[in-house]
Design a protein around this ligand. Structure first.
Ligand code: DHB
Ligand code: FE
Length: 279
């Protein structure tokens, strides 16, 4: 049977891609941020997951504002980076696992999560950058990946509670797949940031740290907040933190924290990373 061995959550800032391409990761501005991933990278090397389910928000690339699914899952055997922010980066295509994707879609829809199924899906920095940070660049990525997009761009967006519940459904869907696969769930986005409007530049360190602790040990604290409350604290784009709850919901309640790290600011964002291992 497929086994969910752990979960990672991380910010997915576009400038990370530039820093990697330009060889800046050990420069003063970036060093502490990139070094914060060390233990997670090591854990992934040790565990060698077969499949990563990457829960992120599309930023208007695959889904433009005319058609925005609340939850969408990739059901393809290959995904290409098409993020054009600061120029398209030469990133190898990601192998998918369409069969596993269809199982997840069927299970989730059976649990009353109305997924949009995508047999073609372009991926952006929300998907690509965390994988580049966590694995380094590869001509052939050493895992298969399944994108799962949550709308955080166009209102109405799903509630934090709904995202936590989606994670729980995903946990059940993974556990019911008969193939022996080691699976890791990655939730990307957040933490606090706002890119436009009067409150652009907003970073609330205290709130970000509280969100990290909530995802570790008390997910109800964050899941009980309305999106308006989250946006008031974390900014309009800070609401991406709801992706962290999808990751948490998929894991067992007793999952234990192996690593947490926070660094602010990076670009416009309070950047967090968290690794939980399933027990
Ligand atoms: C930034 C962060 C994001 O999550 C994003 O999608 C775009 C930009 C930033 O901090 O610059
Ligand atoms: Fe984003």
């Amino acid at each position: 049977m497929a086994k969910l061995i752990g979960g990672v959550t991380t910010s997915h800032i576009p400038a990370i891609g530039n820093a990697i391409n330009d060889g800046l990761t050990q420069e003063h501005y970036w060093k502490r941020f990139f070094d914060g991933y060390g233990p997670v990278k090591q854990w992934l090397v040790e565990k060698q997951p077969d499949v990563l389910i990457v829960v992120y928000n599309d930023h208007g690339l695959n889904f433009f504002l005319d058609k925005v699914p609340t939850f969408a899952i990739g059901c393809a055997d290959e995904y290409h980076n098409a993020d054009e922010g600061w120029g398209l980066k030469p990133v190898a295509p990601f192998a998918g696992d369409a069969e596993f994707s269809w199982h997840l879609a069927e299970s989730l829809i059976g649990q009353n999560f109305d997924m949009c199924t995508c047999q073609e899906m372009k991926v952006d920095h929300g998907f690509v950058n965390p994988l580049r940070v966590l694995f380094g660049d590869h001509e052939r990525w050493p895992f298969k990946a399944i994108p799962l997009a949550v709308n955080t761009v166009q209102h109405p967006i799903p509630s934090a509670r709904r995202c936590y519940n989606l994670g729980q459904g995903l946990g059940k869907a993974i556990a019911s797949y008969p193939e022996d696969l080691k699976v890791v769930i990655v939730g990307t986005g957040g933490l606090s940031h706002q890119l436009q409007g009067e409150r652009a530049g907003i970073i609330d360190v205290e709130y970000d740290l509280a969100c990290i602790e909530s995802v570790i040990s008390n997910p109800d604290w964050l899941a009980d907040q309305s999106n308006a409350e989250i946006i008031r604290k974390a900014g309009t784009e800070g609401v991406e933190v709801i992706m962290w709850l999808v990751m948490r919901g998929a894991l067992n309640e007793k999952a234990r924290v192996l690593h947490k790290h926070y660094h602010a600011p990076i670009s416009n964002t309070g950047a967090g990373v968290l690794l939980l291992e399933n027990c």
